[in-house]
Design a protein around this ligand. Structure first.
Ligand SMILES: Nc1ncnc2c1ncn2[C@@H]1O[C@H](COP(=O)(O)OP(=O)(O)OP(=O)(O)O)[C@@H](O)[C@H]1O
Ligand SMILES: [Mg+2]
Length: 270
């Protein structure tokens, strides 16, 4: 796996992000409030067999997980350097591996000591993270983003440092949710409550609906997942240009590369 650093290309066409640490050091009371918020999230366990079926390896500290550990290192370096917290994982078309990359990266981040992450299934029309992780219950991210209920009411905690919210059912009003006035408040409320170092958003494909382009301006940066033998260079270029008008494109993850050996790898797109 190599994430192509293409920041220089996009640095002049992006929205501003806050300077790292601009809020100043948190008070003891703020630290305790955040710790309580994490403790109060209902915990859930992950089942190894379910994860294996979904090609999830990021929780392991050996083998194929190293692809995601390398990705984690590069992503964290860029995010910290730029003071970014919100990372969207997207792709030109469906099935390139967005959700697989998002979950694996989140679980790899979870193994990083003292780093808090939030993983959100923002592919509201085709949610998949609950199934991939084997969490079958009342999680309802769509409702949270609409303002129907608080994040904590329908989210789950994996271990002590990864929070997740997803949806069981497709949301027919996804377009309205992404274009809705409540969305920025919902995201800010999650950030204020849990103070995550990283928020990962699994998102819809760019070229099939307008959802991702409505959502792109709400994130600090994006990883574009291209499927080997699925995604054309033209599609990558088009998506990069569209995204760069709204956010920072960190790089392209080239997924499902057979020539890497095990059919489960990532490569550089130049
Ligand atoms: N590196 C890989 N090697 C082989 N198969 C993979 C790889 N990454 C993902 N897959 C498989 O490809 C399929 C699509 O993956 P995934 O659901 O992550 O894609 P997606 O981009 O999120 O799709 P959608 O647009 O439908 O949400 C799944 O069956 C997944 O297990
Ligand atoms: Mg998906």
């Amino acid at each position: 796996m190599v994430v192509t650093a293409q920041l220089e290309r996009h640095q002049n066409s992006v929205h501003m992000v806050p300077e790292a640490g601009h809020k100043g050091a948190p008070t003891m009371q703020e630290i305790n409030t955040v710790a309580d918020a994490w403790r109060n999230l209902p915990a859930t366990d992950l089942d190894a067999t379910t994860l294996a079926k979904s090609r999830i390896v990021g929780h392991l500290s050996a083998g194929e997980a190293h692809h995601f550990d390398m990705m984690r290192t590069r992503v964290l370096q860029q995010m910290r350097r730029n003071g970014w917290r919100r990372l969207a994982i997207t792709s030109p078309t469906a099935g390139c591996g967005k959700s697989t990359v998002a979950v694996n990266l989140a679980l790899s981040l979870r193994r990083q000591a003292e780093l808090r992450s939030v993983l959100l299934d923002c592919d509201l029309r085709r949610p998949s993270l609950a199934r991939m992780l084997g969490i079958a219950d009342d999680m309802d991210l769509g409702g949270c983003l609409r303002g129907d209920h608080d994040f904590a009411a329908r989210a789950r905690r994996i271990g002590s440092t990864l929070a997740i919210s997803a949806s069981k059912d497709p949301a027919l009003d996804a377009g309205e949710v992404f274009g809705g006035r409540y969305l920025p408040r919902a995201l800010a409320a999650i950030e204020d409550g849990l103070a995550p170092d990283v928020m990962i958003f699994d998102t819809p494909p760019i070229l099939l609906t307008h959802d991702m382009m409505s959502f792109a301006s709400h994130v600090d940066c994006v990883l574009l997942v291209a499927g080997a033998e699925m995604t054309s260079v033209k599609e990558i270029d088009l998506c990069e240009r569209e995204l760069a008008a709204q956010t920072n494109v960190m790089g392209v993850v080239f997924n499902k590369c057979r020539h890497i050996g095990d059919g489960y790898g990532y490569d550089t797109y130049d």
